[in-house]
Ligand binder design. Structure first.
Ligand code: PMP
Ligand code: GLN
Length: 378
């Protein structure tokens, strides 16, 4: 068979979690919590199932859930989106991103991504004949270089994909970054995917600069979100996409034949759960405590780090410990020391290796303490 994605191999998340299992290693690689979702939310799902929400949901998603999402966005960012015309519930953010790319990217279009880039963007762009154009961000700050972005925009550029808070670096886009993005998007008639799955995990009192806050940008942006990140249930694969109606119309043309609609009882449960904003407003504090606990535990280690500003990831620089490449080093750490992490060079189009590993601190204190003992022993 002629592969449509000849360069693509198995995603690093599947590779590292499998290796962790094989070698019985502590798994702080793939990004998911190792503690349970709120029992109240789990009860609400059972209740929805018992109440008969077991057939297809409406194509764009359960109406009540879309209303709650519109309220949440209004309360959080002061922006107004129509539940009927602007919001679609998806099978996680992954499906939302894929669908937005499928609906927008034509053969030969260029799409700017910021590397290190979450690994589902580029294959989707290529599947639809697009050409990823990677702007490499660099440690320690991983700040975007807008001059370079402006220089790389061509007549073929259709879209820019951003992700803040950023996986894997923990960097945040500032208000100035968003205004610069908005300026370029208007000047060059571009579309945007703003991958905001970590919108509720932001540290040190910073605000999330959602694309929804910038009206001219919002008009051209698909915002993608994930309930899995916010409510500790990544395995449920629930998320959504928000965009102005002219974009959402095209999004739904793809969505209806890609999946039609997603898990109905969970949508119903989420609609009730979202009535209480505390369910998501307390998340930053919860994860900041985990980040701080973990960083204190490893403060005497030979790894160097800049504390993450958002997400539940932390980068660790091991250049003071080994000269191995990051893939080799993370394999060695898993097999020989029993600790699975993510090598970050796989997120860079050219394979740039900054000798940094990504670890996930969405783990119980017991797991973080066991991981820290290994880290401190190196
Ligand atoms: N974007 C980023 C930056 C992510 O880290 C993830 C996954 N963790 C996703 C998208 C996909 O989210 P989901 O699990 O809801 O598909
Ligand atoms: N987003 C998660 C991470 O960055 C993994 C999701 C997945 O395994 N596809 O680790």
């Amino acid at each position: 068979m002629i592969s449509k994605l000849p360069k693509v191999t198995t995603t690093i998340f599947a590779v590292m979690s499998k290796m962790a299992q094989e070698y019985d290693a502590i798994n702080i690689s793939q990004g998911y919590p190792n503690f349970n979702s709120d029992p109240k939310l789990i009860d609400l799902v059972s209740e929805a199932m018992r109440s008969g929400f077991n057939q297809y949901a409406p194509m764009p998603g359960d109406g009540l859930l879309r209303e709650r999402i519109a309220e949440k966005i209004n309360n959080t960012y002061g922006s107004s989106y129509s539940p009927d015309a602007d919001i679609t519930i998806t099978a996680g953010a992954t499906q939302a991103i894929f669908t937005a790319i499928a609906a927008t990217v034509h053969k030969g279009d260029e799409v700017i991504v910021f590397a290190p880039a979450y690994d589902c963007y580029e294959p989707a762009i290529e599947l639809f004949g697009g050409i990823p154009v990677a702007i490499q961000m660099k440690p320690p700050s991983f700040e975007p270089d807008w001059k370079e972005v402006a220089d790389r925009i061509s007549a073929k550029t259709r879209m820019i994909i951003i992700n803040s808070p950023h996986n894997p670096s923990g960097m945040l886009f500032s208000k100035a970054d968003m205004l610069e993005l908005q300026r370029l998007v208007l000047e060059h008639d571009l579309y945007v995917i703003s991958d905001e799955v970590y919108e509720h995990i932001i540290f040190n009192g910073n605000d999330h600069q959602s694309a929804a806050r910038f009206p001219d940008l919002a008009e051209r942006t698909f915002i993608t979100a994930s309930f899995g990140k916010t409510f500790h249930n990544t395995g449920w694969k629930m998320g959504y996409c928000v965009a102005s109606s002219h974009l959402m119309q095209e999004f739904r043309k793809v969505h209806q034949y890609n999946v039609f609609s997603v898990n109905h009882p969970i949508q119903r449960a989420l609609a009730t759960y979202l009535e209480d904003p505390e369910t998501y407003l307390g998340l930053s504090g919860f994860y900041q405590a985990k980040r701080d606990h973990f960083l204190k535990l490893i403060s005497g280690s030979r790894f160097k780090f800049v504390p993450s500003k958002g997400t539940y990831f932390q980068l660790l620089d091991y250049s003071g410990i080994s000269t191995k490449g990051d893939i080799e080093f993370s394999e060695w750490l898993t097999k020989e020391k029993g600790l699975a992490t993510i090598p970050t060079s796989v997120f860079n189009r050219g394979g740039e290796d900054f000798r940094q590993l990504r670890v996930c601190f969405a783990k119980t204190d017991e797991t973080l303490e066991a991981a820290a003992r290994i880290i401190n022993s190196l």
